[in-house]
Design a protein around this ligand. Structure first.
Ligand code: X2X
Length: 336
């Protein structure tokens, strides 16, 4: 019997079968990799695993999706190249980081655009989401209809609470690799550093930066509370994850199998939205018990600081009037 690395990875059951009968475990016809940047305990990975199990079952084992969480296959920047080249078949990415390839994908991340989750899902399952998915398709990537939730983002810091926009002046803050993020914190007068999520814990621990911003579900599952003291509930932007596929790999799947994959991944996204909303609403107490100190700044002055720095005007110009109009219509009001 030849024990390949693969048979070993398939676990004790298939090795036992091979051992006793000399038969090889049935390999799936399509074994696809799904890579992402989040800890395995985050609802995105939990729901994706559930979906992968259902897909395997409903396709009679023909489609197997192997999940590589936690930047196991590299940073977001690496994984974006891999999903484009076909090195991985599936990848979830923030619309703002995707904007390094699809400029107008970051529209949904404009500061203080969405007042609440109802407005987010109305827009992302409606015209705004459809517009962005159209842009993504033009870049030759496949994207599932339902965007997954990351959440409303909060600012954490190791040295001081952020209470007013003035507290952000000169603040050394990590931002994800995306022009919109850099522009937003530059508008606040901060000193933003673009760092992939894979390096964030270490960057905070070694004080390369003093702060970062993320939703509570990530501050908790990625244990950022171990290296951050203050959490300021700014809700300064909403962020999600588009579920992307390499086009050639997607088109290799027969149409009926594509439908099964899309159905379960979209349903998982919707289930994950509810999980994350619940977590983000309940995690404050847990993070306080771990030693974090919370404050709840007023949003108005932050929004005003962006406006007076010309942030909205600048991005309206970059996106173009048509795209900006879709955004404003989707959030039900003027943003500039
Ligand atoms: O990099 C981040 O901060 C994260 C995990 O929120 C994103 O993927 C944008």
């Amino acid at each position: 019997m030849i024990i390949s690395r693969r048979t070993m990875l398939q676990g004790a059951a298939s090795v036992a079968v091979a051992g006793s009968f000399g038969a090889r475990a049935q390999a799936a016809e399509y074994t696809y990799k799904y890579a992402n940047n989040l800890p395995v305990t985050h609802p995105m990975n939990l729901r994706a695993k559930e979906a992968a199990d259902k897909i395997k079952q409903e396709t009679g084992g023909r489609v197997e999706i192997q999940i590589f969480p936690n930047n196991q296959l590299g940073s977001d920047t690496d994984m974006l190249s891999q999903v484009r080249s076909g090195g991985v078949e599936f990848f979830t990415l923030s619309p703002l980081i995707l904007s390094t390839l699809v400029p107008n994908a970051s529209l949904s991340g404009i500061g203080f655009a969405f007042p609440n989750y109802d407005a987010v899902w109305r827009a992302m399952d409606g015209e705004l989401g459809a517009y962005v998915r159209g842009q993504i398709a033009k870049a030759n990537l496949v994207v599932m209809d339902k965007i997954w939730d990351n959440g409303f983002r909060q600012i954490t810091s190791s040295n001081k609470p952020i209470q007013t926009p003035d507290d952000l002046k000169g603040f050394k803050i990590r931002v994800p690799v995306s022009p919109l993020w850099t522009s937003m914190f530059t508008a606040f007068g901060s000193a933003p550093a673009s760092i992939n999520f894979a390096e964030v814990y270490t960057a905070l621990q070694t004080k390369v930066v003093d702060g970062q911003e993320n939703p509570l579900a990530i501050i908790s599952t990625a244990k950022l509370y171990e290296v951050q003291k203050y959490c300021s509930v700014t809700n300064h932007m909403w962020d999600g994850f588009w579920f992307l596929a390499n086009r050639r790999a997607w088109e290799r799947l027969p149409e009926d199998l594509r439908a099964v994959v899309a159905k379960h991944m979209n349903a998982a996204a919707v289930a994950e939205r509810a999980d994350v909303a619940k977590l983000n609403a309940s995690l404050k107490d847990e993070l306080v018990s771990k030693g974090m100190v919370f404050n709840e700044p007023e949003a108005g002055p932050f929004r005003e600081a962006l406006r007076s720095a010309g942030f909205y005007a600048e991005w309206k110009k970059k996106y173009g009037d048509e795209a900006w109009a879709i955004l404003e219509k989707s959030v039900g009001g003027s943003l500039s």
